[in-house]
Structure formats: structure tokens, C-alpha cells
Ligand binder design. Structure first.
Ligand SMILES: Cc1cc2nc3c(=O)[nH]c(=O)nc-3n(C[C@H](O)[C@H](O)[C@H](O)COP(=O)(O)OP(=O)(O)OC[C@H]3O[C@@H](n4cnc5c(N)ncnc54)[C@H](O)[C@@H]3O)c2cc1C
Length: 386
């Protein structure tokens, strides 16, 4: 059963994206992995091809395209070639950093920042997590204190996607004593602000080309005009933006599971043992049948979430279910894919092996899957007494 999401406009856009992937992504992926960094040229090329900042309104140089199915096409085509690091960079940029700006930036800020997200000249990051606090963001220590017309920002953030390349970082910091939900705010820190520095590129299990990094803020004077939204708005803004972040992760997971199953099918149809194709063993065929069924059923749910997002009705709880289910399925499919490739599944030159290490983070970031279950069970049962 095919996805019911797309019409001919999306299919025409798919051709543009496929051409971009063929010319600018596939030839560079090994180099990016070796460099532990994706070069800026691909961002600029993506900007020229209309792959970035689609939802930026026309008056700021964008397409004003609010149909999220075009973003889904980009994710599907990147997954098809296993470009997970670029995928996570683009998602952080478009579905997270840009989403915060579109929701909360004032007119002057929109004029300053939005256009660069369309051209690929501005790469965005979101810095919430700290060495001592990830799931429980109320535990962050970064502070911003008012001083004249500025805010003085101090703290350390870690695991920040696009951490090295980013020109603009949205930083989640305490502006109160941290005891209430109105004690947190968002600040936009820009490259070159004195006191803002980047640590090492973190050495990760997978997503090798992704420049995940530590960021340091040492008495950074952030002007009032770089406050995003209202003082005290940080937590509610996070809650409003998380459904799209989680939907993006779910779609990337679903797309990756579908791609890996295709690679695995190709492999077991070719490889022979005991005088027949691996695919001809019933145990293998049954496994593939189970996975294919699970993928199609999952896709129906994700497709529906995409349509709900377009309609403005996707709830945080349903986005959590999508993220939980799709990332667990991705894990199951890739693990089986590695197994069915035998020893070759453990060789990094095979895309299934790269997918295996790249996918592990999907159940951790964007809120761990345990946190997703917490959100879903709270909706089902209610909050536990503390
Ligand atoms: C490659 C990568 C990229 C990332 N990108 C970004 C980024 O761009 N920006 C950003 O801000 N962050 C980013 N993160 C951080 C990521 O979102 C956090 O690592 C994640 O939210 C988990 O937080 P933590 O690491 O502090 O784990 P912890 O919160 O310490 O969790 C440890 C374990 O405890 C479990 N746990 C915690 N609370 C509960 C609970 N209530 N019930 C049950 N179990 C619980 C967790 O599920 C987990 O298994 C990234 C991380 C990685 C590794």
C-alpha cells in the first residue's frame, strides 16, 4: 500500500529533490563522514533549489508554503540514500529553529533573520540541553540577567545539532529562579557575539557527519532585540514547538525504515546460501512480511499526523505516539536488516550498517521514548501524585 499523501505537485517537487540529492549529497557523503562536518556548499545548493525555509512568508523571500508534505518529500529522499546526518541538520534548521522564529519573532527580527533560512546562508540551532539536564529542562543552569538594555547570558549547552556550523542559536535560559514555568526565556545568540564559543565536535556512535557540539556562553551580552517572544515565554514556546520536532523525527524514522527494508529486499533476492536465494527461506520471508506490514500500518498513522499538522490539529500527545512508534519500528527494521545482510551488515561500506549506528539516537533525542510514554500515559491515566 502506497502513501496517500502526495499529489502531482509533490511528485514534481520530488524530482527536484532527487536531482539535488544525486548531484550534491550522494557524491559528498563519505567526505562529510570523514571530516565529521557537512560543508556549507550543500546548504547553499539546497537554498538555490528551494529545499530550505519553504514556510517562510513571501514578503521575507520564502515560498510561504505551509503544506508540510513538501518537507516530507525532502525527508523521504534523503532517507532513501541514508543521508541521516544531513537529515538531522535540515530538520533542526527548518522544523525547529525556523519554527521558533516563525512563531515568535517580531517584525524587525523576521526581517533580519528569515531570509537567510531560505537561501541556506543562515544555519540555525536550538540549545536546550545541558551537561546536567536534558529530559528535565527545569533543571537547566544557564541564566540570563538583565543589565541595562542587554541580557547577560552565562551557561553551557551540550549535544547541540548544527553546533559548529550554526550562525544563529536559540538558547533556552533561566530568567527567574527556576521554580515556576514562567522562569525561562529564549534568546537568539549570533555568531561573533563576544563570550560565545564552541567546544569540540562530539565523537558520536553514529551521525558522524553531523557537527553536534558543546556551546559556551561566558557573559554574552545579548541585546533586548534578540529576546525571542516574551520574557517568561520559554516553556510554553517549547511545548508549542515540540509536536513538529517530534513529527519530523517520526517521519525521518519511518522513511529510514522503508529505505532499509528496500535495501534488505534487494540483498536477500541476490544473496544465495544452501543452493537458493536467502529470500526463499520461509523464516526470512516471514520476517520481511511482518516488517512490511508494520511499516505500512505505521505509515498510515504518520500520514494522518502530517495531514493533522497541515490542518493545525496535531496534538502533542499524538506527535509523541508517532515519535515513539516510528523510532521503535525503525530500530526493529534496521536490526533485522543488519541480521539479514549477515556479516556484510556489520561492514560500514554497506548502508544498512551506517543506518544502524545513525538510528540509535532517534529513540533518545527530541525527548526520549520514555518521556514520550510519560506524555501518553499522562493523557490516558492522568498525572501521578508527586
Ligand atoms: C546526537 C544528539 C543530538 C542532539 N541535539 C540536540 C539539540 O540540537 N538541542 C538540544 O537542546 N539537545 C539536543 N540533544 C539532547 C537530547 O535531546 C537529550 O540527550 C535527551 O533529551 C535526553 O536528555 P539527557 O541526555 O540529559 O538524558 P537524561 O534526561 O539524563 O535521561 C537518562 C535516562 O533517564 C530516562 N528518564 C528521564 N526522565 C524519565 C522519566 N520521567 N521517566 C522515565 N525515564 C526517564 C531517560 O529516558 C533516559 O533513558 C541531542 C542529543 C544527541 C545525542
Amino acid at each position: 500500500m502506497e502513501s496517500v499523501l502526495f499529489d502531482e505537485d509533490h511528485e514534481a517537487y520530488r524530482e527536484v529533490v532527487q536531482e539535488f540529492v544525486k548531484r550534491h549529497v550522494v557524491p559528498n557523503m563519505d567526505k562529510w563522514d570523514a571530516d565529521r562536518l557537512i560543508d556549507r556548499d550543500v546548504w547553499l545548493a539546497a537554498g538555490r533549489q528551494g529545499l530550505l525555509g519553504l514556510s517562510v512568508p513571501e514578503e521575507y523571500g520564502g515560498a510561504g508554503e505551509l503544506d508540510y508534505r513538501f518537507r516530507v518529500i525532502v525527508m523521504l529522499e534523503l532517507a532513501r540514500v541514508g543521508a541521516s546526518s544531513l537529515q538531522s541538520g535540515f530538520t533542526t534548521n527548518d522544523d525547529i529553529a525556523l519554527n521558533y522564529l516563525l512563531r515568535h519573532a517580531d517584525e524587525e527580527q523576521r526581517k533580519r533573520w528569515l531570509h537567510g533560512f531560505v537561501t541556506g546562508e543562515t544555519i540555525g540551532a536550538i540549545a536546550m540541553t545541558e551537561p546536567g539536564a536534558g529530559s528535565d529542562l527545569r533543571g537547566i543552569k544557564a541564566t540570563a540577567v538583565r543589565d541595562g538594555d542587554d541580557w547577560v547570558l552565562n551557561g553551557t549547552k551540550t549535544f547541540i545539532t548544527n553546533g559548529i556550523l550554526s550562525d544563529l542559536v536559540i538558547v533556552f535560559a533561566r530568567t527567574g529562579d527556576g521554580s515556576g514555568s514562567k522562569d525561562f526565556s529564549l534568546f537568539v545568540v549570533e555568531e561573533g557575539m563576544p563570550g560565545f564559543s564552541r567546544g569540540r565536535k562530539l565523537d558520536k556512535v553514529g551521525l558522524h557527519a553531523q557537527d553536534t557540539a558543546e556551546l559556551f556562553f561566558d557573559n554574552v551580552r545579548v541585546p533586548q532585540r534578540n529576546l525571542l517572544g516574551e520574557i517568561g515565554g520559554g516553556f510554553p514556546y517549547l511545548m508549542q514547538s515540540l509536536p513538529l520536532e517530534r513529527l519530523g523525527i517520526a517521519i525521518a524514522a519511518q522513511a529510514s525504515a522503508e529505505a532499509v527494508l528496500d535495501w534488505t529486499l534487494d540483498y536477500v533476492r541476490e544473496r544465495e546460501a544452501f543452493g537458493r536465494r536467502i529470500a526463499d527461506f520461509q523464516a526470512v520471508g516471514f520476517k520481511l512480511a511482518e516488517l512490511r506490514t508494520a511499516i505500512e500500518v505505521s505509515r498510515a498513522y504518520i500520514d494522518r499526523c502530517v495531514l493533522e499538522y497541515n490542518a493545525g490539529t496535531l496534538t502533542a500527545v499524538d506527535a509523541a505516539k508517532a515519535k515513539l512508534h516510528a523510532t521503535e519500528l525503525q530500530h526493529e527494521v534496521i536490526d533485522a536488516g543488519v541480521q539479514l545482510h549477515g556479516g556484510y551488515g556489520y561492514m560500514m561500506e554497506y548502508p544498512v550498517a551506517k543506518a544502524f549506528v545513525d538510528a540509535r539516537i532517534q529513540r533518545i533525542y527530541g525527548g526520549t521514548n520514555e518521556v514520550m510514554k510519560e506524555i501518553i500515559q499522562r493523557d490516558l491515566i492522568g498525572r501521578r501524585p508527586s
